[in-house]
Design a protein around this ligand. Structure first.
Ligand SMILES: CC(C)(COP(=O)(O)OP(=O)(O)OC[C@H]1O[C@@H](n2cnc3c(N)ncnc32)[C@H](O)[C@@H]1OP(=O)(O)O)[C@@H](O)C(=O)NCCC(=O)NCCS
Length: 425
């Protein structure tokens, strides 16, 4: 058994005991009550899920296993994946062992490429990613072991195997989707010696001035988007599907379909589109006045300002701050980045004037696209795929946790409109 399995086996024993105690001693305590408005309003604020991989306090933003984002922005995706899975950062030996383990799993079977190649050329890159993951489902060890009658206590083991396999393969899949979708030439095979970030950058094959800087950006990108607690659309979809004991391939693909929505992960694509359209309209980086005009026109036409607002956060997203600082440090004069900055100085003030908007501050999507754009990754319909590569770390870790804690099938109760009418009459 490789080290990560041993490490988790010990942890899981503790976590199970802890959950058992909690239920025995406090199972009847009330976490949340739900109002009619909340039931009609997307269950906002209803505490009804357990998720230990990360939490998002509204005044702080992302905290991964107790570590605020700013404390971990310099670690690697491998380290953050280990942290998400085990609750602790790996020491040097554990990291080496874990990274080597992932390297042995990175090759993707040819049938995946054949399916992707058969898809219409104008398929959205997120459709291709979701398809690739679901096509790979036949590799699921969990599905095979479940068929063989594995014990419930051991479900987490093949779930972890599936998760490691997916996380190891997803950079190659995502890079191939980029090259296929935008006629960038042949797929570049993974390099067995490279880490997740280096190999993803290598397989994208983007010619750019500074490979090291792009590598640093990608490392930050893959860490910053890794997880965002359990109630966002992709995490909730992932968890719900996985709770039916559908394996991680099914649940991750389903989660990605949610991430592909413009109110969720697609907002980074929408945001860059908004920035480039503004730049085209005004011929360059807009002035403050021009940006204000653009924001007002967008709001008046009933559209959202992409990259601003959040269902949970009530402060500037620390992920936004991490990328903004990166841009400020490395390419403050890039015209697209400067446009992001102009909007950052304008949008919150305009959104504050709209009473119904609860959070006027930027989220990660307001800036992340401009980073990729700077490094020559300019096809913005691809941006959600990069987000998804990172989010696969958190979503698969959440699935491992759910199987570790033996969470049951998710099945909230719905009520009819008539039920509500009777209740309020
Ligand atoms: C993220 C988002 C979906 C959260 O939605 P929410 O929890 O319903 O947010 P609020 O409670 O503040 O929304 C209240 C109203 O303000 C509107 N609003 C919120 N953010 C807005 C924005 N950036 N621009 C314009 N209107 C906005 C909502 O559409 C909603 O209007 P409605 O009642 O007419 O439907 C929303 O802020 C949004 O659409 N943002 C733009 C897309 C985006 O950046 N998504 C990425 C999120 S990480």
């Amino acid at each position: 058994m490789s080290k990560i399995f041993e490490r988790l086996a010990d942890k899981i024993e503790l976590w199970r005991r802890e959950a058992k105690d909690i239920l025995a001693n406090g199972g009847e305590k009330v976490l949340s009550e739900i109002t009619v408005s909340q039931a009609y309003g997307g269950m906002r604020g209803v505490r009804s899920l357990i998720c230990d991989t990360s939490r998002v306090p509204q005044e702080q933003g992302l905290i991964v296993r107790g570590k605020p984002l700013k404390e971990i922005i310099n670690i690697s995706p491998e380290e953050v994946f280990y942290l998400l899975l085990t609750g602790e950062l790996p020491d040097k030996t554990e990291l080496e062992n874990f990274s080597e383990n992932l390297k042995t799993r990175k090759f993707v079977p040819d049938y995946v490429w054949n399916v992707l190649k058969a898809m219409p050329a104008n398929s959205h890159p997120m459709t291709m990613l979701s398809t690739a993951i679901i096509v790979l489902q036949k590799e699921s060890l969990f599905a095979r072991e479940y068929d063989r009658g594995i014990r419930k206590e051991d479900y987490w083991k093949p779930t972890l195997e599936d998760s490691l396999n997916i996380v190891a393969k997803i950079p190659a899949i995502a890079a191939a989707i980029y090259r296929m979708s935008f006629n960038k030439g042949e797929i570049i095979e993974p390099d067995p010696d490279m880490d997740l970030t280096g190999d993803y950058v290598h397989m994208l094959g983007i010619e750019n001035a500074d490979k090291d800087e792009f590598n640093n950006l990608m490392k930050l990108y893959l860490v910053a988007h890794c997880d965002h607690e359990g109630g966002n659309v992709s995490a909730f979809a992932n968890q719900t599907i996985n709770s039916a004991l559908s394996d991680v391939y099914y649940s991750l693909s389903g989660g990605f379909n949610g991430l592909a929505g413009p109110l969720h992960g697609l907002a980074n694509q929408e945001c860059l589109k908004f920035i480039l359209e503004t730049m085209e309209k005004f011929g360059d980086t807009p002035t403050k006045e021009q940006a204000e005009k653009q924001v007002k026109e967008t709001l008046d036409s009933g559209k959202v300002i992409p990259g601003y607002g959040h269902a949970v956060l009530r402060v500037i997203d620390p992920r936004f701050e991490a990328f903004f600082d990166f841009g400020k440090k490395n390419f403050p004069d890039d015209p697209v980045f400067k446009t992001v900055e102009v909007f950052f100085n304008v949008v919150p003030n305009e959104l504050k004037k709209v009473e119904k908007i609860k959070n006027p501050w930027p989220n990660v999507d307001a800036v992340s696209g401009s980073m990729l754009y700077h490094f020559g990754l300019r096809e913005f319909s691809y941006y959600t795929v990069v987000f998804a590569v990172s989010r696969s770390l958190g979503l698969t870790a959440q699935s491992v946790m759910n199987r570790a804690l033996m969470h049951p099938i998710i099945r909230p109760k719905s009520v009819t409109t008539q039920y509500v009418k009777n209740l309020i009459s």
